[in-house]
Design a protein around this ligand. Structure first.
Ligand SMILES: Cc1cc2nc3c(=O)[nH]c(=O)nc-3n(C[C@H](O)[C@H](O)[C@H](O)COP(=O)(O)O)c2cc1C
Length: 310
């Protein structure tokens, strides 16, 4: 009896930067509200609230969200109450799993300042750097616009928070070079990818509806490719993000090289518990463990290459 139970138990745990995550799922920053926390107990292996900034931000004016085929475009901006207020409310995110905190600043110094503040907070297990935000000292180009800028900000944060793992969150453009730069500057893991630049237009009103970032299933193949390419060239763990809506998607990201997988837009339309249940069934049906999946595609020739050498 006991043996049969043990056999049928699925091992969902993964190791990420010295942290044990009881499932490989993490909420993508900005997509899990405090109000929804009651519903996700047991689903996620780590918590990751919305990006925090040094001071409160109001975000962008509406409209801030538009539905698109297989996705959505958002221009919420980094609406948040600022780091001081964020830390006062952080206990709400304590579901008994590691808490990762996403930060963004306007300058390298602001990123480092945020990291210094978080360094001394024992509730926080790791820091995710949201490098998609504009660097005001570089004419508003994103911090992850190129390897030199990535290296500078990651190195500054590395010195500011020596005792906690740093995750560098990258966009798709130039992702391989930026991943190498982040790793060499001391990032302990890489989150790949953030939303893709996108636009929706209201033809009837002849105006731009939302200029922002595309997320959801529409970006999954792009994100998968980025995870596959990046995990092939770095020695730090890669966390997949982009278009996950099912347990099979989670498996695909892990097979492509992800150690853990973030669930974002999907949580607006599905109960993330269902995604975990599907992933658990996939592992069970195939007699696999979550940790055993990571990078299993490596070395296997793709069936269709689309004419490109991948
Ligand atoms: C409404 C919304 C808000 C977001 N806010 C943030 C944020 O504050 N910080 C961040 O790093 N990413 C943010 N993102 C990007 C997500 O974390 C995620 O990387 C992206 O949406 C791709 O994953 P998905 O297709 O599963 O949503 C946001 C995405 C959405 C849809």
């Amino acid at each position: 009896m006991v043996v049969r139970e043990q056999k049928s138990r699925v091992d969902l745990a993964v190791e990420l930067c010295g942290l044990t995550l009881r499932t490989p799922l993490i909420p993508a920053s900005g997509t899990l509200s405090k109000e929804a926390l009651d519903e996700v107990e047991g689903v996620y292996g780590a918590m990751l609230p919305k990006t925090t900034t040094p001071a409160a931000r109001a975000g962008n004016p509406p409209p801030r969200v538009a539905e698109t085929p297989a996705g959505m475009v958002n221009s919420i901006g980094l609406q948040n109450p600022g780091v001081e207020s964020f830390l006062q409310d952080l206990d709400a995110f304590d579901l008994g799993v590691p808490i990762l905190v996403s930060v963004a600043g306007d300058t390298v110094a602001e990123f480092a300042w945020l990291c210094e503040i978080l360094a001394g907070d024992a509730r926080i297990s790791a820091v995710e750097l949201n490098l998609s935000c504009p660097n005001v000292e570089c004419g508003g180009l994103a911090f992850c616009a190129g390897p030199a800028s990535v290296e500078e900000v990651v190195a500054a944060c590395r010195s500011a928070v020596p005792g906690k793992p740093i995750l560098a969150k990258l966009t798709n453009e130039g992702v391989v070079e930026n991943a190498r730069a982040a790793e060499s500057a001391g990032a302990d893991a890489l989150t790949v990818i953030n939303t893709l630049p996108a636009l929706t237009v209201d033809a009837r009103a002849r105006k731009v509806l939302v200029k922002g970032g595309l997320s959801g299933p529409a970006i999954k193949p792009v994100a998968l490719r980025a995870v596959y390419d990046v995990s092939g060239v770095v020695n730090v763990p890669v966390i997949g993000s982009g278009g996950v809506v099912s347990g099979t998607d989670v498996a695909e990201f892990m097979l492509a090289g992800a150690t853990a997988v973030q669930v974002g837009t999907a949580s607006f339309i599905r109960d993330p518990q269902e995604i975990l249940d599907e992933f658990t069934s996939y592992l069970k049906d195939n007699s696999l463990s979550a940790a055993g999946l990571t990078g299993a595609l490596r070395g296997v020739r793709p069936v269709l290459t689309g004419g490109e050498d991948i």
